[in-house]
Design a binder for this molecule. Structure first.
Ligand SMILES: Cc1cc2nc3c(=O)[nH]c(=O)nc-3n(C[C@H](O)[C@H](O)[C@H](O)COP(=O)(O)OP(=O)(O)OC[C@H]3O[C@@H](n4cnc5c(N)ncnc54)[C@H](O)[C@@H]3O)c2cc1C
Length: 591
């Protein structure tokens, strides 16, 4: 059943697939020398577009029109779409992206003209590439197992103006356009649609433009990596950092677009909190908007910045962002063991309610501890039982000590053993690296395996149930996995190990049942990795039809031609979830 679903996905939406063995970063990247042009106290810079009230008004009026007059707009749009489709049916390409959104695009001939025009627009520069290796690298990923597909052309803009030019060419020839940044997505977010696309690689736009230490904020381009930003601040002796921490290679543009978070979310929240003060965005119309000014807060209308957080490049291309920074505080690390996940989770709930300084709290299972021992990089030999990794945070050594005492006392009350507290920064880094090595240590459990990393999230109190049922399911399936959860947020990841295509199919079905379980527990199909193509099918079930239709109404209002990253995020019609059919059979087999 699983392989039929996979086959259907591939034939309906993508070209024939093969698993990627290519590196996940572009071969053809232009010089990536971050932070060479760090500028202070600058209000204007190459590539930026001044704040434009008129343009902002255009966006707001478009959205208000789209949302409040949704029904009539939908009807108008549907009529327009039908007319356009019938006009183009002789010569346009049809891509089955999502019902209710435009799916007619330019012809292959028009796409060729678009590429010629891109070369003309960026003459004599190493900006436009049709090198097959580059196209391939940008359309596949080693980080996930969704079907891949090459782009038609890759463009490396250097400024907002460059992006505007690319978008205008995409519109003229009705050629899909897919933004691409750190390429660490896990749900196929930047794949090309089967008819091809212009891939816009933001790696040249990776500069920090302004640092405002006294305001605790910073202006940067979207290709800036969060880890490089933090390194730069450290090197400059600025005691601030950006606390959202997904994959090391992730960039600000991709982080905004996937609505990401990470281990620090329990203390600092997610990309959906207030870490992004404003963004400059090139809309599908070619217009440029800046969503807000730099003041820490604003109640001037609704939050248009949020519109682009989690939009996965389907509503616009972000070309600049102002991000908030937090003070760097001393930290320490502790590891403690529990008889089971329920006891560990109950301890976490009580600890979090004390209001002590917890920066991270990570739940790991007995298999994770076993994998860490086997991997052999740890400074310790761990008991192979369910455990918690804590990172404490506080302004003074005394506050860290107090937090450690509170945590130790409450953990003991819930049956913990072996509270290991780092004696200094060096030991803290060693202990934390055991948690950070989760991917590599997990893979060490089964020689020659690859891993599928899942992401679901439930209310914290439901986490033990989710973990218990999932471990039982994994054990019945015959696969091996490790479990890691950002337990303070109820976010849960399993690394499912497989070696063959048959085992991959089993992993795929396990992920499906995990998602169904999480939604049934009032949770979500994705706590932080986003939707892409991998989680689209669950949105109607999770959010309800009206909410999904509202999202599609906004999409139609901003991108009526459905040029921006088609085939991602927005689901097919309700009732077309192939897994609702597939799962019942599989569950019976497992029973
Ligand atoms: C080892 C590993 C660990 C990870 N750990 C975490 C974790 O702890 N927490 C977490 O949340 N995620 C995690 N992830 C997932 C991933 O790091 C995040 O989803 C991250 O936000 C992706 O950023 P990126 O720069 O790689 O974006 P990309 O993968 O390049 O793109 C992401 C999406 O954003 C769009 N996009 C990119 N740039 C722009 C732009 N300028 N304007 C508009 N749209 C744009 C793309 O089209 C795509 O839809 C992990 C991934 C890996 C491989």
């Amino acid at each position: 059943m699983a392989s039929r679903y996979f086959e259907r996905l591939v034939t309906q939406a993508f070209r024939p697939t093969h698993w990627s063995r290519t590196p996940s970063h572009p071969v053809h990247r232009l010089h990536r020398s971050p932070w060479q042009s760090v500028r202070h106290n600058s209000t204007q810079h190459a590539g930026s577009t001044p704040h434009s009230p008129k343009r902002s008004f255009n966006l707001i009026s478009t959205i208000v029109f789209g949302v409040t007059a949704g029904v009539s707009y939908t009807l108008l749009d549907a009529a327009w779409g039908t007319l356009k489709t019938s006009q183009n049916s002789q010569n346009s390409q049809i891509f089955n992206s999502s019902p209710g959104l435009n799916n007619a695009y330019g012809t292959a001939e028009e796409f060729k003209k678009a590429i010629t025009e891109l070369h003309d627009a960026f003459p004599g520069e190493d900006v436009v590439s049709t090198d097959p290796e580059v196209l391939n690298t940008h359309g596949f990923s080693e980080n996930d197992y969704h079907p891949g597909s090459s782009h038609t052309v890759v463009v490396y803009p250097n400024s907002t103006e460059d992006v505007v030019k690319i978008v205008k060419i995409s519109r003229k020839y009705r050629m899909p356009i897919v933004p691409y940044s750190g390429a660490t997505s896990l749900e196929g977010q930047y794949r090309a649609p089967s008819i091809g696309a212009i891939c816009v690689d933001m790696s040249n736009m990776d500069k920090i433009l302004e640092i405002h230490e006294s305001d605790s904020d910073l202006v940067c381009q979207p290709g800036a990596r969060w880890m490089d930003i933090n390194d730069t601040l450290k090197k400059k002796g600025i005691p601030l950092f950006f606390p959202i921490d997904p994959a090391p290679g992730a960039t600000i543009g991709g982080m905004i677009s996937n609505g990401c978070s990470g281990t620090n979310a329990v203390r600092y929240g997610t990309a959906k909190a207030e870490w992004f003060l404003n963004v400059t965005v090139v809309l599908p119309s070619g217009e440029v908007v800046k969503t807000r000014r730099r003041s820490r807060k604003s109640s001037a209308g609704f939050d248009t910045t949020k519109l682009f957080i989690g939009a996965e490049g389907t509503l616009g291309i972000i070309t600049e962002a102002t991000i908030r920074l937090a003070p760097v505080l001393p930290t320490n690390v502790a590891v403690v063991h529990f008889p089971d996940v329920r006891k560990a989770t109950e301890a976490v709930v009580e600890i979090m309610n004390q209001g002590v300084g917890i920066q991270c709290v990570e739940l790991v299972d007995d298999d994770f501890m076993r994998s860490t021992n086997k991997y052999g990089m740890s400074s310790r030999k761990w008991p192979e039982v369910d455990s918690l990794f804590f990172k404490f945070q506080g302004p003074t050594a005394a506050s860290l000590k107090e937090t450690a005492e509170v945590v130790k006392r409450i953990a003991k009350k819930h049956g913990s053993t072996g509270f290991a507290l780092a004696k200094d920064d060096n030991e803290a880094a060693l202990l934390w690296s055991d948690r950070k090595n989760a991917l590599y240590s997990g893979l060490a459990l089964v020689e020659g395996s690859r891993g599928w990393s899942t992401d679901v999230c439930v209310p914290v109190s439901r986490l033990p149930e989710l973990v218990y049922e999932t471990k039982k399911d994994i054990s019945n399936s015959g696969l091996v996995s490790t479990i890691v959860g950002h337990v303070g947020d109820g976010n849960f990841h399993a690394l499912l190990l497989f070696r063959t295509d048959e085992e991959l199919a089993v992993a795929r079905e396990l992920v499906h049942r995990m998602v169904e379980r999480a939604i049934a527990l009032d949770g979500t199909c994705t706590g932080e990795h986003g939707v892409g193509i991998g989680k689209r099918e669950y949105l109607y079930e999770e959010l309800g039809e009206n909410t999904v239709e509202l999202m599609k109404t906004v999409k139609r209002a901003i991108d009526p031609l459905n040029l921006f990253n088609p085939g991602k995020l927005y689901p097919d019609a309700p009732g077309t979830n192939p897994h609702l059919v597939a799962s019942s059979g599989t569950e019976k087999e497992n029973a």
